[in-house]
Design a protein around this ligand. Structure first.
Ligand code: PLP
Length: 385
């Protein structure tokens, strides 16, 4: 097997001309390493598709027909051996909207909805917005790194949880849950009547040793209990274009969300749907290059921390480009991101929104950047001493 050549990140001067969240939230003296946007240039096939559409004033509503479902089914079969029916792919605006409406459709107000902290923090807000009450079965840190705590999950299911919002691969720790864990989770969900919503937006960014298996590819029990929610937006850096989709594992899972309003199915952006199709159909080499660059940065980050900030605890992620850093041994308080911003002029994501207790003393760093920016970032973080 040949090793894919990495994709080079854009230079800082060009990045500073971007007008997205990452580049407008802080003044120019701050190095932004927080929100999950990447510094790589767009995949050429996506750029060509969008430029072509603009040239033809092709700016109407999202396309009809099976294009997106067919493209994702082909991608999922080739990458993960997951055979899904393209007709079951339901497009909408973004993953957070899909999760909110799926939770709302599956519960009665006041029902308990499980997550696993520390976790992508909009999960808390969307569960509440949908009328649910958050229940938590925190991740456990073992010899092999961060993992789901199946005993805690089983206890929560037995305690009346209706829906489990799983982050797979898990943001912020960058772990794809192993097949055996998912299989057991599916058995437990079937036993306790829990609907499992698997947010797989980071799946295509699993590293060469990431071992990502889609939940719905695991077993019959998984298909009976699960709905996958995903998008091309994270892996191909196109969240601003507005397109995500969900895939019910089968009839039983689809019935659990049958009261989902029809309007949610018609809110994908036209550009987003086309960009996602170009991503899944024509941008796999680009993706392999981006993952190679991310993997190189993941190792480089370890070296830089070992040299300049050896007290910080870093477990190398195996999916995605986010590092969950434990600054507690440095005594930088509950919110090290604040100290790092003030003293080092680097913007990280604060840990506590990911978990009130489990995020205390942590911060999340985005390393989808050039090695030079990564080096500058760690140099600045180390000045927060
Ligand atoms: C786990 C997870 N889910 C969802 C999202 C956001 O997806 P969307 O922009 O489609 O709502 C992110 C963004 O970083 C994420 O990490």
């Amino acid at each position: 097997m040949t090793t894919p050549t990495g994709v080079q990140a854009d230079p800082l001067a060009l990045l500073r001309q971007r007008t997205s969240s990452k580049w407008t939230a802080y003044p120019p003296e701050v190095l932004p390493m927080f929100v999950a946007e990447m510094d790589f240039p767009l995949a050429p096939a996506i750029a060509a598709r969008l430029v072509g559409m603009i040239g033809r004033s092709d700016t109407g509503y999202e396309p009809r027909g099976p294009g997106l479902g067919r493209a994702f089914a082909g991608f999922a079969a080739d990458l993960w051996g997951w055979e899904l029916d393209p007709a079951t792919v339901q497009a909408t605006t973004n993953v957070v909207v899909a999760l909110t409406e799926l939770v709302r459709a599956a519960i009665e107000p006041g029902d308990r909805v499980l997550l696993n902290s520390p976790v992508y923090y909009p999960f808390y807000g969307l569960i509440e917005e949908a009328g649910g009450v958050v229940a938590d079965a925190p991740l456990a840190l073992g010899e092999a790194g961060w993992a789901l705590d199946l005993d805690a999950i089983e206890a929560a299911y037995a305690d009346g949880v209706r829906v489990h919002v799983l982050c797979h691969p898990h943001n912020p720790v960058g772990v794809a849950h192993p097949r055996e864990t998912l299989a057991r989770l599916a058995e437990l969900a079937a036993e306790h009547g829990v609907l499992l919503l698997s947010d797989e937006i980071h799946g295509p960014l699993a590293h060469s040793d990431g071992g990502f298996v889609p939940y719905l590819a695991v077993s019959e029990a998984a298909r009976a209990t699960g709905i996958a929610v995903t998008s091309a937006s994270k892996a191909f850096n196109i969240p601003g274009l507005g397109c995500a989709f969900w895939v019910p594992g089968g009839e039983a899972a689809a019935r659990r969300v049958a009261r989902m309003p029809e309007s949610v199915r018609h809110r994908a952006g036209h550009f987003g749907a086309h960009a996602a199709t170009a991503a899944f159909d024509e941008s796999r080499d680009w993706l392999a290059g981006v993952v190679a660059s991310i993997e190189a940065n993941r190792r480089r980050l370890g070296e830089l921390l070992a040299e300049q900030l050896p007290e910080a605890v870093y477990h190398e992620p195996r999916a995605g480009y986010l590092a969950w850093l434990d600054f507690r041994p440095l005594g930088w308080g509950d919110d090290p991101a604040r100290r790092i911003l003030e003293r080092g002029a680097v913007a990280l994501s604060a840990g506590r929104p990911f978990g009130k207790d489990t995020g205390r003393g942590f911060a999340r760093l985005n390393f989808a950047c050039s090695p030079e920016v990564l080096e500058e970032g760690v140099r600045r973080i180390a000045t927060a001493r």
